[in-house]
Design a protein around this ligand. Structure first.
Ligand SMILES: Cc1cc2nc3c(=O)[nH]c(=O)nc-3n(C[C@H](O)[C@H](O)[C@H](O)COP(=O)(O)OP(=O)(O)OC[C@H]3O[C@@H](n4cnc5c(N)ncnc54)[C@H](O)[C@@H]3O)c2cc1C
Ligand code: HEM
Length: 367
Protein backbone atom coordinates (compact mmCIF):
# COMPACT_ATOMS: atom_id res chain seq x y z
CA UNK A 1 0.00 0.00 0.00
CA UNK A 2 2.68 2.50 1.04
CA UNK A 3 4.78 1.67 -2.02
CA UNK A 4 1.86 2.42 -4.35
CA UNK A 5 1.09 5.66 -2.51
CA UNK A 6 4.72 6.83 -2.59
CA UNK A 7 5.24 5.98 -6.26
CA UNK A 8 2.11 7.78 -7.41
CA UNK A 9 2.75 10.78 -5.16
CA UNK A 10 6.28 11.09 -6.62
CA UNK A 11 4.68 11.16 -10.07
CA UNK A 12 2.00 13.73 -9.17
CA UNK A 13 3.81 16.06 -6.78
CA UNK A 14 5.37 18.24 -9.46
CA UNK A 15 1.80 19.26 -10.39
CA UNK A 16 0.82 20.28 -6.87
CA UNK A 17 -0.37 23.80 -7.81
CA UNK A 18 -2.77 22.40 -10.45
CA UNK A 19 -3.90 19.53 -8.22
CA UNK A 20 -4.61 21.79 -5.32
CA UNK A 21 -6.84 24.01 -7.53
CA UNK A 22 -8.99 20.93 -8.10
CA UNK A 23 -8.69 19.90 -4.45
CA UNK A 24 -9.86 23.20 -2.92
CA UNK A 25 -12.50 23.72 -5.64
CA UNK A 26 -14.07 20.37 -4.87
CA UNK A 27 -13.64 20.63 -1.10
CA UNK A 28 -15.39 24.00 -0.93
CA UNK A 29 -18.20 22.64 -3.12
CA UNK A 30 -18.68 19.45 -1.10
CA UNK A 31 -18.40 21.15 2.29
CA UNK A 32 -18.74 24.95 1.89
CA UNK A 33 -18.44 25.49 5.65
CA UNK A 34 -14.77 24.34 5.55
CA UNK A 35 -13.92 27.55 3.66
CA UNK A 36 -13.98 29.58 6.85
CA UNK A 37 -11.33 27.36 8.46
CA UNK A 38 -8.71 28.29 5.89
CA UNK A 39 -6.81 31.56 5.68
CA UNK A 40 -8.50 34.33 3.67
CA UNK A 41 -5.86 33.89 0.95
CA UNK A 42 -5.52 30.12 0.72
CA UNK A 43 -2.02 29.36 -0.52
CA UNK A 44 -3.28 27.21 -3.35
CA UNK A 45 0.03 27.08 -5.17
CA UNK A 46 1.91 25.60 -2.22
CA UNK A 47 -0.81 23.02 -1.64
CA UNK A 48 -0.02 22.87 2.07
CA UNK A 49 -2.83 20.54 3.07
CA UNK A 50 -2.47 18.09 0.16
CA UNK A 51 1.27 17.88 0.75
CA UNK A 52 0.75 17.35 4.49
CA UNK A 53 -1.78 14.57 3.94
CA UNK A 54 0.41 12.82 1.36
CA UNK A 55 3.37 13.01 3.74
CA UNK A 56 1.40 11.51 6.62
CA UNK A 57 -0.33 8.81 4.58
CA UNK A 58 3.06 7.55 3.38
CA UNK A 59 3.92 6.75 6.99
CA UNK A 60 1.08 4.35 7.79
CA UNK A 61 3.57 1.48 7.92
CA UNK A 62 5.51 3.28 10.69
CA UNK A 63 2.94 3.39 13.48
CA UNK A 64 5.54 4.05 16.20
CA UNK A 65 6.33 7.43 14.66
CA UNK A 66 2.90 8.14 13.29
CA UNK A 67 0.50 7.29 16.11
CA UNK A 68 1.81 9.81 18.69
CA UNK A 69 1.88 12.49 16.00
CA UNK A 70 -1.70 11.79 14.90
CA UNK A 71 -2.87 11.79 18.50
CA UNK A 72 -1.63 15.33 18.88
CA UNK A 73 -2.82 16.47 15.46
CA UNK A 74 -6.29 15.01 16.01
CA UNK A 75 -6.63 16.69 19.39
CA UNK A 76 -5.32 19.96 17.96
CA UNK A 77 -7.97 19.78 15.22
CA UNK A 78 -10.66 20.26 17.84
CA UNK A 79 -9.83 23.96 17.46
CA UNK A 80 -11.39 23.74 13.94
CA UNK A 81 -14.44 21.80 15.17
CA UNK A 82 -13.78 19.32 12.33
CA UNK A 83 -16.55 16.74 11.82
CA UNK A 84 -16.55 13.32 10.15
CA UNK A 85 -18.17 14.75 7.01
CA UNK A 86 -15.26 17.21 6.70
CA UNK A 87 -12.76 14.34 6.77
CA UNK A 88 -14.85 12.60 4.12
CA UNK A 89 -14.92 15.71 1.93
CA UNK A 90 -11.15 16.21 2.24
CA UNK A 91 -10.56 12.53 1.37
CA UNK A 92 -12.85 12.69 -1.66
CA UNK A 93 -11.24 15.92 -2.90
CA UNK A 94 -7.73 14.52 -2.39
CA UNK A 95 -8.46 11.35 -4.35
CA UNK A 96 -10.27 13.24 -7.13
CA UNK A 97 -7.33 15.64 -7.59
CA UNK A 98 -4.89 12.74 -7.77
CA UNK A 99 -7.09 10.77 -10.15
CA UNK A 100 -7.36 13.74 -12.53
CA UNK A 101 -3.60 14.21 -12.60
CA UNK A 102 -2.51 10.58 -12.75
CA UNK A 103 -4.75 9.53 -15.64
CA UNK A 104 -4.03 5.92 -16.61
CA UNK A 105 -1.65 5.41 -13.63
CA UNK A 106 -4.69 5.73 -11.34
CA UNK A 107 -5.54 2.02 -11.25
CA UNK A 108 -8.07 0.38 -8.90
CA UNK A 109 -5.12 -0.84 -6.74
CA UNK A 110 -3.74 2.69 -6.47
CA UNK A 111 -7.16 4.06 -5.57
CA UNK A 112 -7.60 1.39 -2.91
CA UNK A 113 -4.17 2.14 -1.43
CA UNK A 114 -4.86 5.88 -1.12
CA UNK A 115 -8.37 5.34 0.23
CA UNK A 116 -7.17 2.86 2.86
CA UNK A 117 -4.18 4.98 3.88
CA UNK A 118 -6.30 8.11 4.21
CA UNK A 119 -9.01 6.29 6.17
CA UNK A 120 -6.51 4.88 8.69
CA UNK A 121 -5.03 8.33 9.27
CA UNK A 122 -8.36 10.17 9.45
CA UNK A 123 -9.84 7.57 11.82
CA UNK A 124 -6.92 7.75 14.16
CA UNK A 125 -7.14 11.58 14.29
CA UNK A 126 -10.87 11.44 15.00
CA UNK A 127 -10.43 8.85 17.75
CA UNK A 128 -7.79 11.00 19.45
CA UNK A 129 -10.06 14.04 19.24
CA UNK A 130 -13.03 12.13 20.66
CA UNK A 131 -10.97 10.79 23.59
CA UNK A 132 -9.80 14.23 24.71
CA UNK A 133 -11.93 15.51 27.60
CA UNK A 134 -10.68 19.12 27.59
CA UNK A 135 -12.82 21.91 26.08
CA UNK A 136 -12.14 22.09 22.33
CA UNK A 137 -11.76 25.82 22.18
CA UNK A 138 -11.24 28.49 24.74
CA UNK A 139 -10.95 32.22 24.55
CA UNK A 140 -8.60 34.38 26.55
CA UNK A 141 -8.31 38.14 26.96
CA UNK A 142 -4.99 39.95 26.73
CA UNK A 143 -4.38 41.57 30.12
CA UNK A 144 -0.81 42.77 29.53
CA UNK A 145 1.44 43.41 26.53
CA UNK A 146 4.99 44.41 27.41
CA UNK A 147 7.89 44.87 24.98
CA UNK A 148 10.98 43.12 26.38
CA UNK A 149 13.12 44.25 23.44
CA UNK A 150 12.59 45.57 19.91
CA UNK A 151 11.53 42.16 18.61
CA UNK A 152 10.21 40.44 21.72
CA UNK A 153 7.06 40.86 23.78
CA UNK A 154 5.58 39.33 26.89
CA UNK A 155 1.84 38.73 26.69
CA UNK A 156 -0.26 37.84 29.72
CA UNK A 157 -3.67 36.48 28.85
CA UNK A 158 -6.61 35.59 31.08
CA UNK A 159 -8.60 32.58 29.81
CA UNK A 160 -12.38 32.64 30.25
CA UNK A 161 -12.27 29.11 31.67
CA UNK A 162 -9.37 27.21 33.27
CA UNK A 163 -6.90 25.69 30.79
CA UNK A 164 -5.90 22.21 31.95
CA UNK A 165 -2.29 22.32 30.77
CA UNK A 166 0.86 20.93 32.33
CA UNK A 167 4.03 23.01 32.61
CA UNK A 168 6.08 22.37 29.45
CA UNK A 169 3.13 22.08 27.06
CA UNK A 170 2.20 24.36 24.17
CA UNK A 171 -1.06 25.25 22.43
CA UNK A 172 -2.45 26.69 19.22
CA UNK A 173 -3.33 30.36 19.35
CA UNK A 174 -5.35 32.56 16.99
CA UNK A 175 -5.16 36.34 17.43
CA UNK A 176 -7.71 38.91 16.14
CA UNK A 177 -5.08 40.69 14.01
CA UNK A 178 -4.53 37.51 11.95
CA UNK A 179 -7.76 35.49 11.76
CA UNK A 180 -7.45 31.79 10.84
CA UNK A 181 -3.65 31.78 11.04
CA UNK A 182 -3.17 29.52 14.05
CA UNK A 183 0.33 29.35 15.56
CA UNK A 184 1.78 27.35 18.45
CA UNK A 185 2.94 29.18 21.57
CA UNK A 186 4.19 27.81 24.90
CA UNK A 187 3.09 29.29 28.24
CA UNK A 188 6.20 30.38 30.15
CA UNK A 189 4.58 29.79 33.56
CA UNK A 190 3.28 26.78 35.44
CA UNK A 191 -0.52 26.79 35.97
CA UNK A 192 -1.47 29.57 38.40
CA UNK A 193 -4.29 30.08 40.86
CA UNK A 194 -5.69 32.95 38.76
CA UNK A 195 -5.42 30.83 35.56
CA UNK A 196 -3.41 33.44 33.64
CA UNK A 197 -0.88 32.42 30.99
CA UNK A 198 2.27 34.26 30.02
CA UNK A 199 3.68 33.97 26.51
CA UNK A 200 7.04 35.18 25.21
CA UNK A 201 6.75 35.99 21.53
CA UNK A 202 9.61 36.86 19.19
CA UNK A 203 8.82 38.65 15.90
CA UNK A 204 10.50 36.56 13.19
CA UNK A 205 11.56 38.16 9.87
CA UNK A 206 8.59 38.28 7.52
CA UNK A 207 6.46 36.49 10.12
CA UNK A 208 2.74 37.07 9.66
CA UNK A 209 1.56 36.32 13.15
CA UNK A 210 4.55 36.89 15.43
CA UNK A 211 5.10 40.42 14.10
CA UNK A 212 1.42 41.26 14.55
CA UNK A 213 1.50 40.01 18.15
CA UNK A 214 4.67 41.86 19.08
CA UNK A 215 3.70 45.14 17.38
CA UNK A 216 -0.09 45.30 17.49
CA UNK A 217 -1.53 43.20 20.30
CA UNK A 218 -3.19 45.21 23.01
CA UNK A 219 -5.05 44.84 26.27
CA UNK A 220 -8.57 43.62 25.70
CA UNK A 221 -7.79 41.61 22.52
CA UNK A 222 -9.57 38.27 22.59
CA UNK A 223 -7.46 35.24 21.57
CA UNK A 224 -8.65 31.74 20.77
CA UNK A 225 -6.70 28.83 22.26
CA UNK A 226 -6.56 25.20 21.10
CA UNK A 227 -6.06 22.21 23.45
CA UNK A 228 -2.71 21.88 25.27
CA UNK A 229 -0.21 19.61 23.48
CA UNK A 230 3.32 18.33 23.91
CA UNK A 231 5.38 15.99 25.96
CA UNK A 232 8.09 17.99 27.70
CA UNK A 233 8.04 17.17 31.40
CA UNK A 234 10.29 16.48 34.38
CA UNK A 235 9.91 13.23 36.28
CA UNK A 236 10.70 14.22 39.88
CA UNK A 237 10.44 10.61 41.05
CA UNK A 238 12.91 9.08 38.57
CA UNK A 239 16.00 9.99 40.60
CA UNK A 240 17.58 11.30 37.39
CA UNK A 241 18.95 14.81 37.05
CA UNK A 242 17.94 17.01 34.15
CA UNK A 243 19.64 18.96 31.36
CA UNK A 244 17.50 21.65 29.72
CA UNK A 245 18.63 23.26 26.47
CA UNK A 246 16.74 26.40 25.42
CA UNK A 247 17.28 28.53 22.30
CA UNK A 248 15.59 31.96 22.27
CA UNK A 249 11.88 31.83 23.10
CA UNK A 250 12.30 28.04 23.29
CA UNK A 251 12.98 29.00 26.88
CA UNK A 252 9.24 29.41 27.54
CA UNK A 253 8.21 25.76 28.19
CA UNK A 254 11.41 25.07 30.14
CA UNK A 255 10.85 28.22 32.19
CA UNK A 256 7.35 26.87 32.97
CA UNK A 257 8.87 23.58 34.15
CA UNK A 258 11.37 25.39 36.37
CA UNK A 259 8.51 27.53 37.70
CA UNK A 260 6.63 24.32 38.51
CA UNK A 261 9.63 22.67 40.22
CA UNK A 262 10.19 25.78 42.33
CA UNK A 263 7.01 24.89 44.24
CA UNK A 264 8.85 21.92 45.80
CA UNK A 265 11.68 21.91 48.31
CA UNK A 266 13.54 18.90 46.91
CA UNK A 267 14.15 18.50 43.20
CA UNK A 268 16.49 16.81 40.77
CA UNK A 269 19.48 18.94 39.83
CA UNK A 270 18.62 20.99 36.72
CA UNK A 271 21.29 22.38 34.37
CA UNK A 272 19.61 24.96 32.15
CA UNK A 273 21.61 26.01 29.07
CA UNK A 274 20.05 29.16 27.64
CA UNK A 275 21.48 30.30 24.32
CA UNK A 276 21.14 32.92 21.61
CA UNK A 277 23.19 34.62 18.96
CA UNK A 278 24.06 37.65 21.12
CA UNK A 279 23.57 38.80 24.67
CA UNK A 280 20.33 40.60 23.63
CA UNK A 281 18.71 37.27 22.74
CA UNK A 282 18.99 36.08 26.35
CA UNK A 283 16.05 38.20 27.38
CA UNK A 284 15.14 36.54 30.69
CA UNK A 285 18.64 36.23 32.18
CA UNK A 286 18.18 38.46 35.21
CA UNK A 287 15.10 36.62 36.31
CA UNK A 288 16.67 33.21 35.70
CA UNK A 289 19.69 34.17 37.77
CA UNK A 290 17.37 35.35 40.53
CA UNK A 291 15.63 31.95 40.45
CA UNK A 292 18.96 30.10 40.57
CA UNK A 293 20.05 32.19 43.56
CA UNK A 294 17.13 30.96 45.67
CA UNK A 295 16.86 27.41 44.25
CA UNK A 296 20.11 25.49 44.81
CA UNK A 297 18.98 22.67 42.47
CA UNK A 298 19.01 25.08 39.50
CA UNK A 299 22.19 25.86 37.55
CA UNK A 300 21.78 28.37 34.69
CA UNK A 301 24.44 28.44 31.96
CA UNK A 302 24.10 31.32 29.46
CA UNK A 303 25.57 30.63 26.02
CA UNK A 304 26.16 33.23 23.31
CA UNK A 305 27.45 32.71 19.79
CA UNK A 306 29.10 36.09 19.30
CA UNK A 307 29.99 39.28 21.16
CA UNK A 308 30.36 39.70 24.90
CA UNK A 309 28.60 41.70 27.55
CA UNK A 310 27.38 38.89 29.74
CA UNK A 311 29.47 37.82 32.72
CA UNK A 312 29.83 34.05 33.06
CA UNK A 313 28.51 33.31 29.55
CA UNK A 314 29.95 30.45 27.52
CA UNK A 315 30.75 31.00 23.86
CA UNK A 316 29.64 28.95 20.87
CA UNK A 317 26.41 27.25 19.89
CA UNK A 318 24.19 25.48 22.40
CA UNK A 319 25.13 22.17 20.78
CA UNK A 320 28.81 22.88 21.45
CA UNK A 321 28.29 24.13 25.00
CA UNK A 322 26.20 21.13 26.07
CA UNK A 323 28.43 18.45 24.54
CA UNK A 324 31.61 20.08 25.91
CA UNK A 325 30.65 18.44 29.20
CA UNK A 326 30.26 14.98 27.69
CA UNK A 327 27.29 12.69 27.04
CA UNK A 328 25.24 13.31 30.21
CA UNK A 329 24.57 9.54 30.51
CA UNK A 330 22.64 9.81 33.77
CA UNK A 331 20.43 12.74 32.80
CA UNK A 332 17.11 13.32 31.10
CA UNK A 333 17.56 15.94 28.40
CA UNK A 334 14.89 18.42 27.28
CA UNK A 335 15.54 20.52 24.17
CA UNK A 336 13.39 23.47 23.07
CA UNK A 337 13.84 26.08 20.33
CA UNK A 338 13.63 26.55 16.57
CA UNK A 339 13.53 23.37 14.45
CA UNK A 340 17.08 24.17 13.28
CA UNK A 341 18.41 24.52 16.83
CA UNK A 342 16.69 21.32 17.96
CA UNK A 343 18.10 19.35 15.06
CA UNK A 344 21.65 20.68 15.58
CA UNK A 345 21.58 20.04 19.32
CA UNK A 346 20.06 16.57 19.17
CA UNK A 347 22.40 15.35 16.40
CA UNK A 348 25.46 16.64 18.20
CA UNK A 349 24.36 15.03 21.49
CA UNK A 350 23.80 11.70 19.75
CA UNK A 351 27.32 11.88 18.30
CA UNK A 352 28.65 12.72 21.80
CA UNK A 353 27.07 9.51 23.09
CA UNK A 354 23.75 10.59 24.58
CA UNK A 355 21.06 7.96 23.91
CA UNK A 356 18.04 9.02 21.85
CA UNK A 357 15.60 7.83 24.50
CA UNK A 358 17.16 10.21 27.04
CA UNK A 359 16.21 13.21 24.88
CA UNK A 360 12.75 14.79 24.61
CA UNK A 361 11.77 17.67 22.38
CA UNK A 362 8.89 19.51 20.76
CA UNK A 363 7.90 20.85 18.21
CA UNK A 364 6.13 17.68 17.45
CA UNK A 365 6.80 17.18 13.76
CA UNK A 366 7.58 14.17 11.62
CA UNK A 367 10.69 15.68 10.03
C1 LIG B 1 5.77 23.57 19.63
C2 LIG B 1 6.03 25.02 19.28
C3 LIG B 1 6.07 25.97 20.29
C4 LIG B 1 6.34 27.31 19.98
N1 LIG B 1 6.39 28.24 20.99
C5 LIG B 1 6.68 29.54 20.69
C6 LIG B 1 6.77 30.54 21.72
O1 LIG B 1 6.55 30.26 22.92
N2 LIG B 1 7.10 31.80 21.36
C7 LIG B 1 7.33 32.16 20.04
O2 LIG B 1 7.64 33.34 19.78
N3 LIG B 1 7.23 31.24 19.05
C8 LIG B 1 6.92 29.95 19.34
N4 LIG B 1 6.81 29.02 18.32
C9 LIG B 1 6.94 29.49 16.91
C10 LIG B 1 5.57 30.04 16.44
O3 LIG B 1 4.60 29.02 16.45
C11 LIG B 1 5.60 30.59 15.00
O4 LIG B 1 6.06 29.60 14.13
C12 LIG B 1 6.47 31.81 14.87
O5 LIG B 1 5.99 32.80 15.76
C13 LIG B 1 6.45 32.34 13.44
O6 LIG B 1 5.11 32.59 13.03
P1 LIG B 1 4.79 33.74 11.97
O7 LIG B 1 3.38 33.62 11.55
O8 LIG B 1 5.23 35.05 12.48
O9 LIG B 1 5.77 33.35 10.76
P2 LIG B 1 5.32 32.73 9.35
O10 LIG B 1 4.57 33.80 8.61
O11 LIG B 1 4.68 31.43 9.58
O12 LIG B 1 6.76 32.51 8.73
C14 LIG B 1 7.49 33.62 8.16
C15 LIG B 1 8.94 33.26 7.92
O13 LIG B 1 9.61 33.03 9.17
C16 LIG B 1 10.22 31.74 9.21
N5 LIG B 1 10.02 31.21 10.58
C17 LIG B 1 8.88 30.66 11.07
N6 LIG B 1 9.06 30.30 12.35
C18 LIG B 1 10.31 30.64 12.68
C19 LIG B 1 11.07 30.52 13.88
N7 LIG B 1 10.56 29.96 15.00
N8 LIG B 1 12.35 30.99 13.87
C20 LIG B 1 12.87 31.55 12.75
N9 LIG B 1 12.19 31.69 11.59
C21 LIG B 1 10.94 31.23 11.55
C22 LIG B 1 9.46 30.94 8.18
O14 LIG B 1 10.27 29.90 7.64
C23 LIG B 1 9.12 31.98 7.13
O15 LIG B 1 10.20 32.18 6.26
C24 LIG B 1 6.55 27.70 18.62
C25 LIG B 1 6.48 26.73 17.61
C26 LIG B 1 6.23 25.41 17.92
C27 LIG B 1 6.14 24.40 16.80
C1 HEM C 1 -6.05 12.70 7.18
C2 HEM C 1 -6.45 13.92 7.39
C3 HEM C 1 -5.60 15.13 7.60
C4 HEM C 1 -4.24 15.26 7.84
C5 HEM C 1 -3.19 14.16 7.98
C6 HEM C 1 -3.96 16.68 7.97
C7 HEM C 1 -2.71 17.23 8.26
C8 HEM C 1 -2.41 18.57 8.29
C9 HEM C 1 -1.12 19.14 8.62
C10 HEM C 1 0.13 18.34 9.03
C11 HEM C 1 -1.23 20.49 8.49
C12 HEM C 1 -0.12 21.54 8.75
C13 HEM C 1 0.52 21.89 7.43
C14 HEM C 1 1.62 22.94 7.57
O1 HEM C 1 1.54 23.81 8.46
O2 HEM C 1 2.57 22.90 6.75
C15 HEM C 1 -2.60 20.79 8.12
C16 HEM C 1 -3.10 22.07 7.93
C17 HEM C 1 -4.46 22.35 7.87
N1 HEM C 1 -5.49 21.44 7.82
FE1 HEM C 1 -5.32 19.41 7.84
N2 HEM C 1 -5.13 17.38 7.79
C18 HEM C 1 -6.15 16.48 7.57
C19 HEM C 1 -7.50 16.77 7.37
C20 HEM C 1 -8.04 18.02 7.47
C21 HEM C 1 -9.47 18.30 7.47
C22 HEM C 1 -10.58 17.26 7.37
C23 HEM C 1 -9.60 19.66 7.59
C24 HEM C 1 -10.86 20.48 7.67
C25 HEM C 1 -11.66 20.57 6.69
C26 HEM C 1 -8.25 20.24 7.65
C27 HEM C 1 -7.96 21.58 7.78
C28 HEM C 1 -6.69 22.12 7.81
C29 HEM C 1 -6.42 23.55 7.82
C30 HEM C 1 -7.46 24.67 7.83
C31 HEM C 1 -5.02 23.70 7.84
C32 HEM C 1 -4.21 25.02 7.83
C33 HEM C 1 -3.96 25.31 6.36
C34 HEM C 1 -3.30 26.64 6.09
O3 HEM C 1 -2.87 27.33 7.02
O4 HEM C 1 -3.22 26.95 4.88
N3 HEM C 1 -7.34 19.20 7.58
N4 HEM C 1 -3.29 19.61 8.01
Amino acid sequence: MVRLISETWAQAEAYLPEMSQTFYGLLFTLAPDTRELFPINVEVRRGKLMRAIAHVVQMVDRPDDLVPFLNQLGRDYRKYAVETRHYEAVGTAMLAALRERLGSSWTPEVERAWAEGYTIVARSMQQAAAADPSPARLTATVAEHRRLSWDLALLRVEPDAPVAYRAGQYMSVEVPQRPRLWRYLSPANAPRQDGSLEFHVRAVDGGWVSRAIVSHSQRGDVWRLGPPLGRLSVDRESGRDVVMVAGGTGLAPLRALVDDLARWGKNPKVHLFFGGRTRDDLYDMDELRGLAAVNPWLNVIPVIESGGGLAGAEHGTLAEAVTRRGAWPKHDVLVSGSPHMIKATVSRMLVAGTALDQIAYDPFTLD
